[in-house]
Design a protein. Structure first.
Lengths: 264, 264
């Protein structure tokens, strides 16, 4: 599995991804899932990939071939980012169809999902989620983040924290916490973590980090978060009976197979 | 969907479950998924259910019928809890086979998963996870909690907090936070929340709560957790460049389609 996410805030876009790939529980290896395409001052594109590694690599190869080829649509020439999203969806679908059309019934899935984000000069930063079927959606102020791969473990913290007014650095920290929670709960997501901060209107890739498990910054975030959560947890309000053990206000009468009495 | 969990700590067992059931996005209704069977001073059993509501209700009916019937295995007469787990697995499998053996090809799943926990006089508290296939596993100090249903959103906090030395009340608060995170991220899990605290060797059901969204205690936990997380998040260590903007220690040179340079 994989875990990649991106968050579009007023200050720009944050991208983050893990680097673990595997076939079953064997063949575990390390691949970056973050792919950058930047023409400084003109356009910056970041592509995050999840799914079948053969498919995503084939899509990336075709992207490079098209960039080298005159007279075909490519990442640099397509005017709008939604056209780039459509183009990537088309490539992905073509690769998948090529793999399945051979007539071999396969139990493996060739599907791949992408997050595309970036900015073209003169337009606002944009972010797209591209489905295996080739269609895509864009973000909104109510849905300022996208996730692909093993998304559920790391979603609650994003739901609670990410909003457009967040600073780029805070969004990056939130992404790190989300990935840390996922790595703790799921073996198939692993370091190193790629983090990229794109500042709105900079039209260049300003900051890209690769954090290993023992990177001092990542370690300090993980440690402080874990310790803070424990403290926070210990400070949660006590139940009534912990406060005043003589005076229970709670139902303690349930002693048989009867259900609860209160319903809504 | 459903979300139920249980945690076995030195002080006893905590059980918690949501109450939302649905068929598709329609037919949303409220059912308790927590079923208690207590013979004070003799044995206490708690059953949490997830999956097909028809299957779990059929299993519960059969449990009641067997309890009323002389001369058959039942929840009260089976000497060991692992035998009770096996018995419930058998009932569940029989119900599912009855539904599928009619020859009708169905796109729905009749599967059900259960958590069984409790204590028999003279033995330690025990906890079992019963799979749809009828087999089951027990907990261990390294795996002191079980989850069924929509489990991923609420797992990171359990991974971080639950351990055998936790008090019963702390384990219950952790369960509430885990359910709260799940409800925020997934519509198919909803209130009211059933929480049951079983104190080791009490051999009776001491405390059972039913918390609605607006229950003062649940509200205060949710609120304090949400506010604390935000604070904790804001206090995370700053990136190097936030500390000393003149002195960047990070790679800011990536400007083309090149991948990261550092690898592990």
């Amino acid at each position: 599995m994989t875990y990649c996410l991106s968050a579009l805030v007023d200050a720009g876009i944050v991208f983050a991804s893990d680097s673990r790939t595997h076939a079953g529980v064997d063949h575990v290896s390390t691949y970056s899932k973050m792919h950058t395409f930047a023409w400084d001052g003109e356009r910056v594109l970041v592509l995050l990939s999840a799914g079948n590694l053969g498919t995503t690599q084939a899509v990336l190869r075709q992207i490079d071939l098209d960039l080298a080829d005159e007279g075909v649509d490519d990442l640099r020439s397509l005017p709008h980012l939604h056209q780039v999203a459509e183009y990537i969806g088309r490539l992905s679908l073509r690769v998948q169809q090529g793999l399945t059309s051979g007539g071999m019934q396969q139990s493996v899935s060739f599907e791949a999902t992408f997050i595309l984000g970036g900015q073209r000069r003169g337009l606002a930063p944009e972010m797209y989620l591209i489905y295996p079927q080739g269609n895509y959606i864009t973000s909104s102020p109510e849905q300022p983040f996208f996730q692909i791969g093993e998304t559920k473990y790391g979603k609650p913290i994003l739901d609670r924290i990410v909003q457009p007014s967040l600073s780029l650095e805070s969004a990056a920290r939130c992404a790190l916490v989300s990935i840390d929670s996922t790595m703790r709960s799921n073996l198939s997501v692993g370091p190193p973590i790629d983090v990229l901060l794109y500042s709105r209107d900079s039209l260049r890739i300003d900051r890209r980090l690769r954090l290993k498990t023992n990177s001092p910054y990542f370690m300090s975030v993980r440690k402080q978060w874990a310790a803070g959560l424990k403290r926070l947890f210990e400070d949660l309000p006590p139940f009534d009976w912990e406060r005043q053990t003589g005076q229970l206000t709670l139902d303690t009468s349930a002693t048989g197979p009867a259900g609860p009495t209160e319903r809504e």
